[in-house]
Design a protein around this ligand. Structure first.
Ligand code: NAD
Length: 517
């Protein structure tokens, strides 16, 4: 362990999470892993090796799938509220381990410690939500057009849910899926991001203990490790009826097509290109923290990060100056140290993508207001710390049309009515999160109407990031159309069945069709 990691108690945190032998750079507590080559997890915080995880081979994968298939047969027969009880216990264990798990998220992924704890809190929240839901997987009774017939709709467990997740929410995305899938009676196989494998090992250790304590088969929760090739084992496997995939649009395009080819279902949670519209009546006290947290939180590596500010020309100078001023107060450094607002990017590839995006924006005519660049010197040895940048740009610039997963904020003006701003906001290929800052009721309602924001998430007087688990989470267009977490998102994890029961002595046909024998 490095000095930084030691001084923030990482060694102890890893022990509490059952991740062993990290000092020797070898892995992990659980045996539910593969026999393939190792992948190493380096922290973007200090560039040090945290641990190694063995990858899953095809033979390992087939063993995992056998376990999952067998577990499904028994788990689906358990009453849903009893499955909820397992999720309740899991949520309580997460409460106990919030501190070490939050620390690991921060150290392995690089987000601030507060955001690391927040991510674990989201896991706890979705567990609570799922426990209640385990008594509400209600179907409905539908009036039949035929005498002495009854129609109803019921929901059955779907089977094995394959989860593919991104690096930036290395624990919460898994929990959004699993907490719901488990109460629905499904079992899960998870391929986490190859960039944050130890977070998945920690999660697996936590749920493995709960399953053991309850004498339940470990196949209810499985993990497999590796890069996209391991993900492909699941996407091409017709034993998996639902693939829930979170990541880039590039990945979703391939995964969606592969799963569709075998008539599987996919739940896609892909990239965003999120904007805040700032109208003449917007309150700067709300705008500045909303926009700045949205743009630099998690170092711009949230799917809901604010990428564009669309500002009315009448308040443009005032808003621009306030945002630029706020950037001057940001502190960048070790995310485990709570005095810092911003940690590192995930790796050097990401740093290069960020630098290239700034150059491209300049080449397209962008005007740099706050310069970016790599931070060097003491505390920045990992080479992954960058300065958040602000660039005046036009919506049609090619670089603005793309999601760059880094802290680059584009500012642009609109004139006239709010419809002009909404046109710009919608004028990108992605459709995840959006917001308007206004004190005009009509503007807010227009933004939320059928002719308003085309995103899955549309907020008024709060920023684009930081969703609560109670709402359905996801977006339209190239964001993939999936919905996870709250509201009725549970339905995707189940198989809908319509039943018609005839309790008469006749056989009348629907639509009054005559068929006399
Ligand atoms: P990524 O697309 O590079 O990888 C995501 C996951 O997909 C990884 O586990 C990877 O191994 C796997 N994968 C990649 N190609 C695959 C293939 N062909 N078949 C099977 N699996 C494959 O994304 P990333 O860099 O880890 O994460 C950043 C991206 O994720 C951003 O675009 C961000 O907006 C998006 N994201 C979206 C949401 C959301 O809810 N909409 C949430 C978090 C992140």
């Amino acid at each position: 362990m490095s000095n930084i990691a030691n001084s923030f108690g990482m060694d102890e945190a890893l022990k509490q999470l059952g991740i062993k032998d990290v000092n020797h750079g070898t892995s992990t507590g659980s045996d539910n892993f593969g026999s393939g080559p190792e992948i190493s997890s380096y922290s973007p915080v200090d560039g040090q090796l945290i641990g190694k995880v063995t990858t899953t081979t095809q033979a390992d994968y087939d063993k995992v799938m056998d376990k999952a298939q067998a577990a499904f047969i028994s788990f689906r027969a358990m009453p849903a509220p009893q499955r909820g009880e397992i999720v309740r216990q899991f949520g309580n264990k997460l409460r106990d381990l919030k501190e070490p798990l939050g620390k690991l998220v921060s150290y392995e992924m690089g987000k601030s410690l507060q955001e690391g704890y927040g991510e674990v809190q989201e896991m706890i929240d979705i567990c609570d939500f799922a426990v209640g839901l385990s008594r509400q997987l209600n179907g409905q009774v539908i009036p039949s057009e035929r005498p002495r017939h009854v129609m109803r709709e019921q929901w059955h467990p779907i089977g094995i849910v394959g989860i593919i997740s991104a690096f930036n929410f290395p624990v919460a995305v898994w929990a959004w899926n699993t907490a719901l899938a488990w109460i629905c009676g499904d079992v899960c196989v998870w391929k986490a991001s190859e960039k944050a494998p130890l977070c998945s090992v920690a999660c697996q250790n936590i749920i493995a203990d709960i399953l053991k304590e309850n004498d339940l088969p470990e196949g209810i929760s499985c993990i497999i490790n590796g890069d996209y090739k391991v993900g492909e084992m699941m996407t091409t496997d017709s034993r998996i009826p639902l693939i829930s995939a979170t990541g880039s649009t590039r990945m979703g395009r391939i995964v969606g097509a592969t799963v569709a080819q075998r008539f599987g279902k996919s739940l896609l949670e892909l990239g965003g290109n999120n904007a805040i519209i700032i109208t003449p009546t917007a309150d700067l006290k709300v705008v500045v923290p909303g926009a700045v947290f949205g743009a630099v939180g998690t170092c711009g590596q949230r799917c809901t990060s604010t990428r564009r500010l669309i500002i009315h020309e009448s308040v443009y100078d005032k808003v621009r100056d306030a945002i630029v001023g706020a950037y001057g107060q940001l502190t960048i450094g070790n995310p485990l140290d709570e005095k810092n607002h911003i940690g590192p990017l995930i790796d050097k590839d990401s740093v290069n993508t960020y630098l290239a995006a700034i150059e491209k924006a300049k080449a397209e005519g962008g005007n740099v207001l706050v310069d970016g660049g790599i931070l060097e010197g003491e505390g920045y040895e990992s080479g992954c710390y960058v300065k958040p940048a602000i660039i005046e740009a036009e919506n049609h610039f090619e670089i603005v049309q793309h999601e760059t997963f880094a802290p680059i904020l584009y500012l642009m003006k609109y004139s006239g009515d709010v419809e002009n701003a909404i046109g710009k906001q919608n004028g990108v290929a992605q459709g995840l999160s959006s917001a308007i800052m206004t004190n005009e009721m009509k503007e807010a309602e227009k933004f939320l109407s059928f002719a308003g924001s085309d995103c899955g998430i549309a907020n008024v007087n709060i920023g684009t990031s930081g969703a609560e688990i109670g709402g359905a989470f996801g977006g339209e267009k190239e964001t993939g159309g999936g919905r996870e977490s709250g509201s009725d998102a549970w339905k995707v994890y189940m198989r809908r069945q319509t039943n018609t029961v005839n309790y008469s002595d006749e056989l009348p046909l629907a639509q009054g069709i005559k068929f006399d024998l």
